[in-house]
Write a protein that binds this ligand. Structure first.
Ligand SMILES: [Zn+2]
Ligand SMILES: [Zn+2]
Length: 249
């Protein structure tokens, strides 16, 4: 056995031991994955793939939400003066994803970030390449909230996505300075007033193009409020990408 083989053997046995102690779960059902699947970036059982519904068919050309064939814009984008320049999401927010995102956000399943980032890159590499963002920025969480939760899921998702796409990642450029009521408790108009003055940009962005990342897209009020703050500091374009999109949460 040469040195390279030994290194490989040690790495592999370390992995087997770790997998034995912390079996890597499927992002949909949470059950352990068979050994061969653990290393696949999507981290899904074949059968569980069926529960994820990619956003398909005609979509709003601003926010990426599914719409009727006769429309070009969704109701929200028709009635809102958007500050972001385009957004796409990967999946419809259904029950399977709701449970998965819940574990990702509240049950310390931080390891899902790399699988979700892989899914974002797989589905939207082309449009993100077309947008040519200079930097990936996560939708920030208020520091007090982050202290309680232990992490910001949008941050780890954005970091992994930036890594896969080979785009610069910045976590401290956009900050949340106001504690806000959870958006899911509010109607669309109140969502905007709730976020009034919530975000601050810490540096000049000198005409750069920004890609915002969040876990869930609902009405676009968060992307709009972040985009307004980023553009006030010089961002030329602001785009958004979320793992899932849906109504009523
Ligand atoms: Zn599964
Ligand atoms: Zn729309």
């Amino acid at each position: 056995m040469n040195r390279r083989d030994i290194r490989h053997y040690l790495k592999l046995s370390g992995k087997i031991i770790l997998d034995g102690i912390y079996p890597r779960g499927c992002v949909v059902c949470g059950e352990p994955l068979e050994f061969g699947k653990r290393d696949h970036p999507a981290r899904l059982h074949d059968g569980c793939k069926e529960f994820l519904k990619p956003v398909e068919g005609p979509v709003c050309y601003i926010c990426g939400k599914s719409i009727n064939e006769t429309e070009t814009l969704c109701g929200d984008c028709k009635n809102t003066d958007r500050s972001f320049d385009g957004a796409v999401s990967v999946f419809e927010y259904n029950n399977a994803l709701k449970e998965s995102v819940y574990r990702f956000k509240y049950k310390n399943k931080r390891e899902y970030a790399s699988a979700f980032a892989y899914m974002i890159a797989k589905h939207h590499k082309k449009i993100i390449g077309y947008w040519r963002p200079d930097v990936v920025i996560p939708v920030p969480m208020h520091p007090e909230k982050k202290k309680v939760r232990g992490y910001n899921q949008a941050e780890i998702l954005a970091k992994e996505t930036a890594l896969i796409l080979g785009i610069k990642y910045e976590a401290d450029t956009l900050i949340r300075k106001k504690m806000t009521v959870p958006q899911k408790e509010l109607g669309i108009q109140k969502r905007y007033s709730n976020l009034e003055g919530a975000f601050e940009v810490k540096k000049d962005l000198g005409k750069s193009k920004v890609l915002l990342i969040d876990d869930i897209y609902t009405t676009g009020a968060t992307f709009d409020s972040c985009a307004r703050a980023l553009k006030a500091k010089g961002a030329d374009k602001v785009y958004g990408t979320s793992l899932c999109i849906g109504q009523g949460f």
